[in-house]
Design a protein around this ligand. Sequence first.
Ligand code: PMP
Length: 410
Amino acid sequence: MGHLGQYADQAHGYFTFPKLEGEIGTRMKFNGKERLIWSLNDYLGLANHPEVRKADAEAASRYGFGHPMGSRMLTGNSDYHEQLEKMYAEYAQKEDAILVNFGYQGNISLIQAILDRRDVVIYDSLSHACIIDGVVGTLAKRFIFEHNNMEQLEKRLQTALKIVEKTGGGILVITEGVFGMKGDLGYLPGIVELKKKYPFRILIDDAHGFGVMGATGMGTAEHYGVQQEIDIIFNTFAKSMAMIGGFIAGDKKVMRYLRYNMRSQIYAKTMPTALVLGAIKRLEILRNDHTRREHLWKIVKALQEGFKARGFDIGPTQSPVTPVYMKGSIWECRNLSLDLRENYNIFMSVVTYPVIEKGSIILRVIPTANHTLDDVEYTLNAFAEIREKLDAGAYADDKLVTPFMPKIVF
Ligand code: PMP
């Protein structure tokens, strides 16, 4: 059954695999009723932007979803694919960029293409599954450094240097821009500083930073002023771009190598033209309409300061990702979430044992540019009330279920 699968009977359709119905936005239907949604990474609200929807519909009607057929290298290339790559390379201030048809597989295959048995890879302990899966599937020697621990990274670099001196390989350090669970940032200035002492390349996965961080939304490297020092930047379309696919940007030479060596792109169908056109429209808005990002940050500030002012623990987040940490049993987590969803009509993802340690609850709040200050106020007040109930033991009963969800029994 697996780690989570063992709870499938009790949770399926409600806590796991829930269905959010209706147009993507801050109000969607869940379990038959409209709820306030705080769980989608549609940071800039582009999923349902009228211009985006229009571009998607026109592109789909013109090209369908089949065009072009084949892999990029053989018959799946087009001017639009190349135009999108050029736009992104310019935006990311890199020599060249590659479009990948899926984020997760794209990152795995990027990592696997650039590492061989002579190389050493060192990656942050909180890295996303696609980084771990990418690294584990290579023959390179691999080391982990404790999340953002620069001293430990330096020690690993010293060990790596000794290895590559013998093998003739290179060293790759991988981290993330924004860590999607905690919301804190990869400490890029510290890693860049180490480049002065050790020869290595940096790859960052900036899935949650792209479109959100930095003065022009370029991402976490822009936020830290180290865009030029990052050798390879990977972004998915799954968050701010509200689509599917991803980008890789870097030097011409490296991108050329990747184009001819990334197995996920060579041995798989290219991204459909309709989606490429949708991505072009999204990227135009993301680059040019800074009002969305500004509004997002206004909401983020109000939400995070509001939580802190009310004494909630939101950890070290520096991004829109807002995890609210609470203490409680699995029953308390279940009842609290049910109350929040069914009585306050607020939907967000909840994380508890066995994903995190027993006795902890994380409510992960994801603000977007479409939320309002009223949404924030309503949610903060609801949180204050549920915490009072939690502290008073109101959720402790393992038989307590709301009239709406009699089925969920752990
Ligand atoms: N990297 C990170 C950090 C992610 O959070 C995700 C999840 N969206 C991915 C990669 C995978 O991207 P995709 O969903 O586009 O496959």
